[in-house]
Design a protein around this ligand. Structure first.
Ligand SMILES: C[S@@+](CC[C@H](N)C(=O)[O-])C[C@H]1O[C@@H](n2cnc3c(N)ncnc32)[C@H](O)[C@@H]1O
Length: 276
């Protein structure tokens, strides 16, 4: 086993994917699939002269070993705290936007794959095709833009949610946007983020749930790319205005979850619903 593969195998796969209903595969099998596909890569952990993590090689927050440095175990704690709000017994189609290499998406699939009377439907999308390759290697099928959404399956697709020409198939009962809004904002500006929120509001089924874990304005501080800096200077829609903006799109805030001292997640999470 190559050194890089064993590193990610230990640090990410086996810690982050525990239950294993996906096509009957065990955790070990999923990790093995990743290794066979040669997708267990470890991103270069570049540090600047002050020893701080250099995120410049990842302009979209598209970190290769994101889940190993988040320290995800068993099930992502964000899902645990959200479960009472998601109602996954009756809301069974889920879209995970900015799904990275798919660990959380796989965990969502584990929650809905054996639902009665039929399995749920889960789609993970990400702007980075390498991350989607990683996600598919761990289980699920690959979709291309324009494909019909496979019902009762786990699928992944490379897509830029902020692109005006990208439309996703159908509607979803639950839409997740975990730690992605800043990256959409600094790459595509207010227009890109507003477009994303509008798409989300349109794609959400009546009585559906939208979950956002936004980065705070303070977390827009260290930017390496000129485009990011330009967009930041022009930003009018600050993160603390997101709830009011979402309300104009018909989404009402129903819960605000704050991390506690011992939480694995460090950002506030907001839950919205689209009234039927
Ligand atoms: C910091 S990671 C968060 C991963 C995951 N949502 C989580 O919190 O566990 C941000 C992810 O969003 C993706 N992303 C950024 N901009 C995007 C866009 N415009 N469309 C789709 N994905 C995007 C990145 O490639 C990256 O995988």
């Amino acid at each position: 086993m190559p050194e890089t593969a064993s590193t990610l195998h230990d640090a990410s796969c086996s810690k982050s994917i525990v239950s294993s209903t996906l096509e009957g595969d065990s955790v070990e099998k999923r990790c093995e699939n990743r290794e066979k596909a040669g997708v267990c890569k470890k991103s270069k952990d570049v540090r600047d002269s002050n020893g701080r993590f250099d995120s410049s090689p990842y302009p979209y927050g598209n970190y290769r070993n994101y889940y190993s440095f988040r320290g995800v175990v068993d099930r992502d704690q964000r899902l645990d705290v959200l479960l009472p709000h998601l109602g996954l017994k009756h809301r069974r189609s889920v879209l995970d936007i900015g799904c990275c290499s798919g660990q959380v998406t796989h965990q969502v699939w584990d929650l809905v794959s054996d639902a009665a009377p039929a399995p749920g439907t889960v789609l993970g999308i990400d702007i980075d095709s390498d991350l989607i390759d990683d996600a598919v290697a761990a289980g699920g099928s690959r979709m291309a833009p324009g494909d019909v959404m496979p019902v009762g399956e786990l699928s992944f697709m490379t897509a830029n949610i902020a692109d005006p020409d990208v439309a996703l198939p159908g509607t979803f009962d639950v839409i997740l946007l975990f730690s992605v809004s800043k990256w959409i904002h600094v790459n595509f500006g207010d227009d890109g983020l507003r477009r994303t929120f509008k798409k989300i509001a349109d794609m959400l089924a009546p009585d559906g749930i939208f979950v956002i874990e936004p980065q705070t304005w303070k977390q827009y501080k260290r930017l390496f790319h000129d485009t990011h800096k330009e967009h930041k200077r022009a930003i009018k829609l600050k993160p603390d205005q997101f709830p009011a903006h979402l309300k104009t799109l018909g989404l009402d805030e129903i819960a605000h979850i704050q991390p506690t001292d011992g939480s694995q997640f460090k950002r506030d999470i907001f839950v919205f619903t689209k009234h039927a």
